[in-house]
Design a protein around this ligand. Structure first.
Ligand code: G3P
Length: 213
């Protein structure tokens, strides 16, 4: 199964009434062999819980208790949401927190897509039990040059490393079209993360459809 994660970030198009309309339209698109998830803003998680494939953009490694402002895995699970991005370039965490999060997620069978900015970070994550790593070179995020055209060697190397640990590799940044998907797949990625190419697109459904080749 090839994973596509659409990250709504905090784009204006991604929350409130039009955010939920966008989500509803994108959720209708399906293709065999693809699993599409939607990382919606925190404020949308509860209202979006009826849709399939909703994940959080961030989560904290704590159990219930006095943790003001935290997003708990247990709270998300309560609403049927069993996965989150972690350590996104726009929400970086220190390594101790990442390690705690991995451990805690295992105890709850909660899925973490942990973002990595480099090969060395990917190795660190694999060595420490990450099941999903999402490689995103920060300088390409939100731009028109995609990770697949700009960093093919790193994708290939990351894929080899991830495979040797039984970790699934996703890649993202600048993904806009089917060729980005097919190159990434050929290089060994098992999924992609995409944001502006869908959320900021004039025709988000067509854009998402075009990635499911
Ligand atoms: O999480 C995905 C994101 O960081 C990539 O953004 O706009 O380059 O697709 P974008």
């Amino acid at each position: 199964m090839f994973d596509i994660i659409v990250n709504f970030k905090a784009y204006r198009e991604g929350y409130g009434n039009h955010g939920r309309e966008l989500l509803k339209n994108l959720c209708n698109l399906k293709k065999e062999g693809y699993q599409v998830s939607f990382a919606v803003p925190f404020t949308e998680l509860y209202l979006s819980r009826e849709f399939k494939g909703i994940i959080s953009q961030h989560v904290d490694p704590y159990s219930t208790g006095a943790h003001t402002g935290s997003i708990l895995m247990e709270q998300l699970i309560e609403y049927g949401i069993n996965a989150s991005l972690l350590n996104h370039s726009e929400r970086r965490l220190n390594r101790d927190i990442i390690l705690e999060s991995i451990k805690f997620s295992e105890s709850l069978n909660f899925k973490l897509y942990i973002c990595s900015e480099s090969l060395s970070e990917t190795i660190f994550l694999c060595e420490n039990g990450a099941k999903y790593v999402a490689y995103e070179p920060p300088e390409l995020i939100g731009g028109d040059v995609s990770v697949s055209t700009s960093k093919p060697d790193i994708i290939r190397e990351s894929s080899d490393i991830c495979k040797s640990y039984g970790t699934k590799l996703l890649v993202g940044a600048g993904v806009k079209n089917s060729s980005d998907v097919s190159i990434s797949r050929t290089l060994g990625a098992e999924g992609i993360l995409v944001s502006s190419g869908i959320v900021k697109s004039k025709s988000p459904e067509d854009s998402l459809n075009s990635l499911m080749i």
